[in-house]
Design a protein around this ligand. Sequence first.
Ligand SMILES: [Ca+2]
Length: 336
Amino acid sequence: MKIFKLYILLSITLLAMNSAVAQTRATGATSVHKIILDTDPGIDDAAAIAIALTDDQFDVKLLTTVAGNVSADKTCANALKLVEFFGKQHSVPVAAGATAPLLKPFEDASYVHGESGMPGWDFPTIQTRPLAKHAVEAMRDVLLTANEPLTLVLTGAYTNAALLFRTYPEVKANIARIVVMGGCLGYGNMSSAAEFNIFTDPHAAKIVFESGLPIVMIGLDITMKALLTNANIARLPTLNETGKMLHSLISWYKDESEGGKPMHDVNTLFYLAHPEAFTITDYWVDVVTDGFAAGETVADIRRVSHNGATNVSVATDIDAAAFNEWYMAEIAKIKK
Ligand SMILES: [Ca+2]
């Protein structure tokens, strides 16, 4: 009898859950993602920041910058150019962070993103100043005063996040989850095994992956599949001023593949907006910090270590057509 009652209760609960999901789909209602976005703009970062700053689905509490695609002074300047472009300089604070990886010497990727990191568009001289505190201090302050846990989105090297966790571990209680662009289970783009963000600061990545917080890893396995097609890139300038600006940057972007260009960082936001477009598999993931494979993210695919525990939810597949459709619609609805 008890089992029967439990069955009925479960059925009712499942029906209610299904109905709630159906209602959400029918109305298109979505929750607002309150995020701290830590970036190194960078052309694909710019393509992501455009959406983060303009779509009401994302509430950017803080934009922080780190040395990565280009040097730290340039990534901060580029973030400020973008907040001014979108008129968000009074609502979205920018804080400059780490100027170099934790241990490795800094090497930029200006051969991919141009000398400035955002070439091809004549942005006005910046009027806005970054916060008068380091990104790590700014992250701490925002997290400790947030009235609910925030999502940390990392689209550059993870140096700021690693420093934050080492210096102020108490902030972890106010982080709901971390969504990172980085890593790969297959081929790397810096070495055979390593992806750029992890390769840039593998020690920081190791600290973040061992933080104990829920982590979603959006790596090359899916970003190299979800290319923004050449046809859509060509259509960007017809959409609006934002489309023109992004098209100019992307024209300079040397990260090319057959049929289109990968918008790596944008996939973190696409994941938050449309997790149903992704296949996610939980693994234990370790980061190699030294030697030939430095920067490799090694997933325990055979599940032979760590007693079955996992620390990272890895995106292993993506609906590339849905990504393209969403991205173009997102840019088209920007009122500039
Ligand atoms: Ca980036």
